[in-house]
Design a protein around this ligand. Structure first.
Ligand SMILES: *Cc1c(COP(=O)(O)O)cnc(C)c1O
Length: 432
């Protein structure tokens, strides 16, 4: 595989942008080598600067549930662009997308559009703190909610203690009110509430964790969070930036039957353009300015191009059978990869909820960050490189979920499974 052009572009990029990228995981640091510079996407495929074609399981990290450059999404964006790119004034496009969101996710009675998932979670927490007049928040180790200071808290061994900032530049004061518990550990959350019964404003959780690899909730975890927050007058915020419109039309809350107070959306809701949202109970959302006193604003929020792209995807997602199709194809893919692993003697633990999935290089089970971290990341790196060499583009880290789109075909799945056989052989050869 020729990659000279990507290598040259990466050298240039590093001169003018930190690490040569606009977001860290893109740099391939966890798997070695250099990133590929993408020139084009079409359906299930991406093409790089050297003309290589890959079956893409990143899908822009989640948004592209119909694959790249779906004709209806592209047409909607072009149509919107002809009328100008931004006005800084209200448009009907916002109402249309808001109505589509509310139709799909019944717990959302009102919604505010923002530009990124990071903005959605930090704003939802501001509203939750204002509504409850409390300061503390609970998050889970290995849970990612964007890069706001208060949420950049390392967990690991610090579980059940006060949060310690995960990055230089975050003052300890910024995370002083952030409490951390292990994912899937409802007893730990109950302990935190016992310790701070009247101080916790909200629990924020990925209903299916997707940022330590895909880690599904265990039975009773989400319903336990719903119960304990209600008992203590705290809010439950489901961060569905990844799972919203991904694991079901109504998100993970529909799949697991949980009614949160607030929901954060991103990724799919923007159709591959920069849009995200937070929303929920009317009495809580009424606190957001200008209807209420909680300030939150954005020059490009509700951008007409992003609203058009998001609405095009959400309309397409109403098509009966799309989630069944995704589930069946993703099931076939994961079964095939699992079989390839066991036939080649590689111990893996596979997780999947609908069309999001991870193959962990550990015998498992993986239920939280500590167990995810048991994975052999160097085996993953070997697997990743071998897949890439065969034209399969996976997320360049063990701790990211893979995504299937409605553009992937049976043939794509079969080719991927065949490639996985070869890649697992390479993993074994390396261990010998
Ligand atoms: C991607 C993601 C975010 C952050 O969204 P950005 O648009 O990258 O800021 C927040 N929460 C979850 C669960 C995510 O997957």
């Amino acid at each position: 595989m020729h990659t000279e052009r990507s290598e040259a572009l990466f050298a240039r990029a590093r001169q003018v942008m930190p690490g040569g990228v606009s977001s860290p995981v893109r740099a391939f640091k966890a798997v070695g080598g250099h990133p590929l510079f993408i020139t084009r996407g079409e359906g299930a495929y991406v093409f790089d600067a050297d003309g290589n074609r890959f079956i893409d399981y990143v899908g822009s990290w989640g948004p592209l549930i119909f694959g790249h450059a779906h004709s209806e999404v592209v047409a909607a964006v072009i149509e919107a662009t002809r009328n100008g790119t931004s006005y800084g004034a209200p448009t009907e496009a916002e109402i249309l997308l808001a109505e589509l969101v509310i139709e799909a996710v019944p717990s959302i009675e009102m919604v505010r559009f923002v530009n990124s998932g990071t903005e959605a979670t930090m704003s939802a927490l501001r509203v939750a703190r204002a509504f409850t007049r409390r300061s503390k928040i609970v998050k889970f180790s290995g849970g990612y909610h964007g890069h706001a200071d208060m949420l950049l808290v390392a967990a690991g061994s610090g579980a059940l203690t006060l949060g310690v900032p995960d990055s230089p530049g975050v003052p300890a004061e910024a995370t002083a009110h952030t409490l951390v518990a292990p994912y899937n550990d409802i007893a730990a959350v109950r302990e935190l509430f016992a310790r701070y019964p009247d101080d916790i404003a909200a629990v924020i959780v990925e209903p299916v964790a997707g940022n330590m690899g895909c880690v599904p909730p265990v039975e009773g975890f989400l319903s336990g969070l719903r119960a304990v927050t209600q008992e203590h007058g705290a809010l439950l915020i489901l961060d569905e930036v990844m799972t919203g419109f991904r694991v079901a039309h109504g998100g993970a809350q529909a799949l697991y039957g949980i009614k949160p107070d607030l929901t954060c959306l991103g990724k799919i809701v923007g159709g591959g353009l920069p849009a995200a949202a937070y929303g929920g109970r009317r009495d809580i959302m009424a606190m957001v300015a200008p209807s209420g006193p909680v300030y939150q604003a954005g020059t490009l929020s509700g951008n007409p191009l992003a609203m058009a792209a998001g609405a095009a995807q959400l309309r397409l997602l109403r098509t009966p059978g799309v989630y069944e199709q995704l589930d069946a194809l993703a099931g076939k893919l994961c079964d095939g990869i699992g079989k390839a692993a066991s036939e080649n003697g590689v111990a893996v633990y596979q997780t999947r909820v609908g069309s999001m999935f991870t193959t962990f290089f550990t015998s498992g089970p993986v239920v939280d960050e500590a167990s995810a971290k048991q994975s052999d990341t160097s085996a993953f790196a070997t697997f990743f490189r071998a897949m890439l060499d065969q034209g399969i583009y996976l997320a360049p880290s063990q701790f990211e979920a893979g995504f299937l789109s409605l553009a992937h075909s049976e043939v794509d799945i079969e080719r991927t499974i065949a490639a996985a056989h070869v890649a697992f052989q390479k993993v074994m050869a390396r261990q010998e």
